[in-house]
Design a binder for this molecule. Structure first.
Ligand SMILES: Nc1nc2c(ncn2[C@@H]2O[C@H](COP(=O)(O)OP(=O)(O)OP(=O)(O)O)[C@@H](O)[C@H]2O)c(=O)[nH]1
Ligand SMILES: [Mg+2]
Length: 582
């Protein structure tokens, strides 16, 4: 019987999870020193560029303790709340969790949220303070807070520097000592917690084997969907995929299914003979309509989305179409950053450029015909009887001294019903807030008033009545459906002016002066002129991805499908973020 320990590293964003994983990879010689690079497990190009983890990454290590060899399966998880679904799935594949806290920052909202999720999953949780090389002055307080959260003695909180490696061996031995070994039982069950598409091997399922064993060439079954297949390959993560003879109970690894239709496999399904409890799909919070930049690329976009969804099971997709933009998809995201990342992945990994609409929350609208959920602003009816908007339950965690400054955001972001509770030296504020406010720039403003010390987590709470109106953008007398926005009636005038000005600076210039008008039910609320193009000065005016804009502009110059192209404005996701700022 192998000695196995399966664990995740969980923490608030940037508290050092992936760097801690680096040291573990080094200590166990899983990755050769000359191949080592910072945050080795962040292998996606976008992860390296942005310095954040987006996907969970499993890796198998071997640790020898007192002459006994242990198989350690670690899963590094992302910290940003938009990728929380990755964390929740990783938790179901393991028995233990290292809850890491940056000693210079202390407990953050995501620390608490992660702790609660790990506890609910029944995991053994080990508390650990990171960045001790910086000699954080408040480290004793942080240790006390963490011990109090976990209900353990302060001596049981580990202290490490993921940078220098100090304390990491002790932590690893602690993990071996405290994490329960996997339970065994009869039967055959492997839980699919992630997947990826491979042109040769078909869908590759990332699994945690709970019971039995899985060999190459065996006949196996996707229990939930009732589909049989012959196992093409089984393997482990080193972290690169490496074929092995057999996966057995307790192991984390992969099973290549040979199935080529990406729609067949469901994350949370079981390979084996009996269904394990799967996953509840997360609720998307931000929606955007996405169309191929070139109408004919619809099938490519569809195929890309199907493959991307295997790697990112939190995406929700529904067909959408628009007269101007053609066929596309209504896509649900777990947040604004998730939206940005998905668009970037479509472009990088699948070579597809898209036109996206203004990201929006989903509104509940009551008309004479009945009730409807509107996810795309262009579908928002003008003659509604009543409108409701989604509300979140927000938990802000802040050191006591910033409470006043955090509360100064209350009216600006329409918070209500706040209650406070203290936790050691911190205050936890619970409040309700419209989701639409949360996806504006609440995160940036909270960070800036609290000098980075306050953080938040949230969950959808329900719907509440709101006075809403639809702002439409008209460019050179053509409606641009992708830029339609739903806003509060009382803010319409102000937002219309800001939008007209922002668009004036953002949209590519053409040979003629073009008027931008922002209309509310046909009434013009704001108007600006985009000056005609002068040679050499256009380049720096483009927002977002320049080459795409240039391509678009070239087309306009040729005068082909002129009006249609004008109504098909490409705006990069990062620029939407600017436009959404309050
Ligand atoms: N001084 C010091 N810096 C550290 C330590 N651990 C991590 N860092 C730095 O903290 C930053 C974030 O580290 P990451 O390992 O990417 O953090 P993470 O928790 O994986 O971040 P996400 O996955 O995006 O949530 C990087 O700049 C690291 O170099 C440490 O022990 N000491
Ligand atoms: Mg990371």
């Amino acid at each position: 019987m192998k000695l196995i320990r399966n664990f995740v590293i969980i923490a608030h964003i940037d508290h050092g999870k992936s760097t801690l994983a680096d040291r573990m990879l080094e200590i166990t010689a899983t990755v050769a020193t000359r191949q080592m690079k910072p945050q080795y497990l962040d292998q996606m190009e976008l992860e390296r560029e942005r310095g954040i983890t987006i996907k969970m990454t499993p890796v198998r290590m071997t640790y020898d303790l007192n002459g006994v060899s242990y198989e350690l399966n670690l899963i590094d998880t992302p910290g940003h709340s938009d990728f929380g679904y990755e964390v929740s799935r990783a938790l179901t594949a393991v028995e233990g969790a290292v809850l890491l806290v940056d000693g210079t920052e202390g407990l953050q909202a995501q620390t608490i949220a992660n702790y609660e999720a790990a506890k609910k999953a029944g995991l053994k949780i080990i508390g650990c303070i990171n960045k001790i090389d910086l000699n954080p002055p408040g480290i004793e307080n942080v240790a006390e807070e963490l011990a109090s959260l976990l209900g353990v003695n302060i001596k049981d909180v580990y202290r490490v520097s993921a940078k220098t490696g100090e304390g990491v061996k002790e932590l690893m031995e602690g993990i071996i000592h405290h994490t329960p070994s996997p339970k065994i039982g009869s039967g055959k069950q492997a839980l699919i917690f992630d997947s990826v598409y491979n042109d040769h091997k078909g869908i590759i399922a990332y699994v945690r084997v709970f019971k039995g064993w899985f060999n190459m060439k065996d006949v196996a079954k996707l229990v939930g969907v009732g589909r049989q297949f012959i196992i093409k390959e089984v393997g482990i993560f080193t972290p690169e995929p490496k074929p092995v003879d057999c996966l057995t109970e307790g192991d984390i690894g992969y099973i290549a299914t040979g199935i080529k239709d990406p729609g067949v496999l469901r994350i949370g399904d079981t390979i084996g003979d009996n269904l394990l409890q799967g996953y509840i799909l997360p609720n998307p919070v931000v929606f955007a309509s996405i169309y191929p930049e070139e109408g004919g690329d619809y099938d490519d976009l569809k195929s890309a989305f199907n493959k991307l969804r295997l790697m990112d099971s939190s995406l929700s997709l529904a067909p959408d179409s628009s007269e101007v933009l053609g066929r596309g998809f209504k896509v649900g995201f777990l947040g604004r950053l998730h939206f940005e990342i998905v668009i970037a992945r479509l472009e990088r990994e699948f070579g597809i450029s898209v036109v996206t609409s203004f990201p929006s929350v989903a509104y509940k609208i009551f008309t004479k015909k009945g009730e409807a959920i509107i996810e795309s602003p262009k579908d928002f009816p003008v003659d509604y009887i009543k409108a409701e908007e989604p509300i979140v339950l927000l938990k802000i965690m802040t050191p006591k001294e910033y409470l006043g400054r955090v509360m100064s955001l209350r009216d600006f972001f329409r918070m209500s019903g706040e209650e406070t509770a203290s936790f050691e030296d911190r205050i936890i504020i619970t409040a309700k807030m419209p989701l639409a406010e949360l996806i504006s720039d609440f995160d940036d403003k909270l960070k800036s008033v609290s000098l980075g010390y306050a953080s938040f987590s949230y969950e959808l709470f329900g719907y509440a009545p709101a006075k809403l109106t639809k702002l439409e953008v008209v460019l050179a007398n053509e409606n641009v459906p992708g830029l339609t926005r739903i806003v509060y009636k009382e803010d319409a005038q102000r937002i219309a002016r800001k939008l007209a000005e922002d668009l004036k600076n953002l949209l590519p210039r053409t040979l003629f002066v073009q008027a931008i008008q922002i209309k509310d039910s046909g009434k013009i609320l704001a108007r600006e002129d985009i000056p005609a193009m002068k040679k050499d000065v256009t380049g720096h005016l483009y927002g977002g991805d320049r080459s795409r804009k240039v391509k678009l502009w070239e087309k306009q110059k040729k005068g082909k499908k002129k009006l249609k192209e004008r109504s098909k404005v490409t705006i990069a996701p990062e620029v939407f973020k600017e436009l959404l700022k309050k």
